[in-house]
Design a protein. Sequence first.
Length: 152
Amino acid sequence: MEVTWWGHATVAIRDRGVTILTDPVLRNRLAHLYRRRGPRPVLSHVPDAVVVSHLHSDHCDLPSLRALPRSTRLIVPHGAASFLRSRLGERDFTELRAGQETAVGDVTVRAVPAAHDGGRTPSRASARWRSAMWSPATGRRGSAATPGCSTR
């Protein structure tokens, strides 16, 4: 497994030939927040999927999502696709509720609940899970990574 942290919650994970990008912020500035360390992320190739953990603007950066090819699969919380579709146009959305899973190649992404206020901008759209984990699609539950918000 290869993990590249690009700052805040933007992480590229490559495992079993699959690349998953979490909460991409692919620019130097987001409103009043500036990138403090390292360069702006430059992706060497298009990820196989992008996980958006929740709809806060520092995790769901619309300009960064628009910069990805329209065919990029976006794995989002249940209830988020309609909000994102209205701002990004038609995309390949997969909505998950906490506890649901989806396969990305040989990797399984599972939505898990996390305690985090989802009521800030850009939307008050219902997005009930706020984190995700992945594991090999073999069904074994070995080590997993959790992007976005911590579970408390």
